[in-house]
Design a protein around this ligand. Sequence first.
Ligand code: ATP
Length: 305
Amino acid sequence: MTTSALSTTGLTKRYGERTAVDGLDLELPTGVVAGFVGPNGAGKTTTMAMLLGLVRPTSGTAAVLGHPIDHPSAYLHDVGALIESPAFYPALTGIENLRVFATVGGHDPDRIPALLELVGLEGRGDDRYRGYSLGMKQRLGIASALLGDPKLLILDEPSNGLDPQGMREMRDLIGRLAGSGRTVLVSSHVLSELEQVCDWLVLIDTGRTLYQGPAADFLAGSDGLAVAPERPEDLLALADLLVAGGHLVEVRDDHLMAFMDGDAKRAAAAVNRAAFDAGIVLVELHAQRSSLEERYLSMVQGGAL
Ligand code: ATP
């Protein structure tokens, strides 16, 4: 049985009228590198902040490494996080900064050289922090999050603001963070940044989950059925029918894309039958492959149901 590194049930955060996180149900298996992907404002940072006990949920529950989030002290020693830029001392070197963090956190400073190597800062540890590039600063932040050898690592948009070279270095680093049972949750607003290094994906928008599961299944699931009703006003009723039938549905102008597991012909027959029974005449019903990017974009542009 796989135990969860983290799970949430109906996790919700409202700021006044604005709902930042809307009834999120997440389940993250231990040991995965999970991409947490959604456009700006989707609720990624707020979710991560709740998991770290920094923001109190309005409702819902969550557990991190088996402990409820209302008692963060029970699990925070096993969690490393990079949310916003860490407050390093500009005049100190990378190594000196890590030593300060190790002392404050009660961590073993002997791990510092290995961590610098892991994040690709070997040979730069004696340079002052103020001279680091943005990518180096982010990687030093990850080294400091790793000081306690955490079981769960939470990184909020570590690639934000980096140039293509910096992004590639960050991607390579994230790929190296897996292993020894460590779970990594890393957010981004660009799926393509993470799809190569993540074995698990959580896609959210406006505080709600669009997809969560193995990254490979998301890639494989790009085969779908294009379905269009004769009467445009039946589109939403048809979408409801498809959702009730277990499909993931996206609205595309005058037609729907329905994604499902299993045999496409059998799914098409089931869709045809359900539409007929509901009095909806179909004028289009065929298998169609959409690209990953197309699928993701149509999901986050409000098409997913
Ligand atoms: P980004 O990629 O831009 O960081 P995000 O997915 O991390 O976005 P959040 O930062 O969690 O999204 O924000 C989700 C929503 O909640 C946004 O509409 C944001 O404006 C709102 N929000 C976040 N924090 C606060 C706050 N302290 N007070 C009021 N609204 C907030």
